[in-house]
Design a protein around this ligand. Sequence first.
Ligand SMILES: Cc1ncc(C[n+]2csc(CCOP(=O)(O)OP(=O)(O)O)c2C)c(N)n1
Ligand code: SF4
Length: 276
Amino acid sequence: MSEQAAVPVPGDFKSDVKPVWCPGCGDFGVLNAMAKAMARLALRPEQVAVVSGIGCSSRIPAYTSCYGFHGVHGRALPTGTGLKLARPDLTVIVTGGDGDGYSIGGNHFLHACRRNVDLTYIVMDNRVYGMTKGQPSPTTETHWTSKLAPHGTGLNEFHPMAIALAAGANFIARGFTGDPNGLADILVQAITTPGFSFVEVLSPCVTFRPEQKDWKKTVRAGNLASTADPVLAAREIFADDGMNLGVLYAGERPPYQPPVGAAQRPPADLEAQFAL
Ligand SMILES: Cc1ncc(C[n+]2csc(CCOP(=O)(O)OP(=O)(O)O)c2C)c(N)n1
Ligand code: SF4
């Protein structure tokens, strides 16, 4: 960002690295919405860390000018949690795909919701493993068939919002990459709401799920009514077909704070305890 620029603009939050995503991939919309949200919040790139796992969607840290960590498949949330506890001054945004977050990283998802550390988790859900060429993911529809799953999975779909609510996430919303302004509004709320904020983003994989291009016709903007009552939120979730957008739940649970002094201990002190 230029030193003279008083007001940040979205371009300040993008790096010079050209995304290698397929043309039309929904993940471009998430990058744009994140940049808009950070500019709107008047953050500076060095105040933000973007942490990811592995997948097409997890490439996003490299495309931002913020601090970034492109880590291990399914392990973005524990990395982001540790970073936030060690550096509470940073805004930590954890990003990834439905495979990364709900398959190999599923257990971390549960416990990140339960811990309620103050970070924002954005899942670019395309209901498929894009990077590894189209295997079904936990959110893939039961009857979706492909060369790799010719008879469909025959499995019930994972329900991220219901699980996030049950496990204790303090903010739960759904956005769509075809509406980057609406998504940016949601991200502003997610980042500014204390505690663990979970944002499910419908992000089409135009290569392995080309039919998802039709999501622009089926989503319903602003249809989720925001509530702080988990019982009402649960009712709304189970009446939802996955295409309603907006904030579902904004709770009042205080974020996890480490015991006084715990996060400040220098690494040398900790290392000394493990010396043989
Ligand atoms: C430990 C480990 N297991 C498996 C893989 C292979 N792998 C890489 S990305 C990926 C799934 C990506 O799917 P998703 O998270 O939905 O992201 P997308 O590519 O669709 O954005 C898998 C299984 C890996 N890199 N590491
Ligand atoms: S394979 Fe799918 S998820 Fe990956 S970049 Fe291409 S469109 Fe996006």
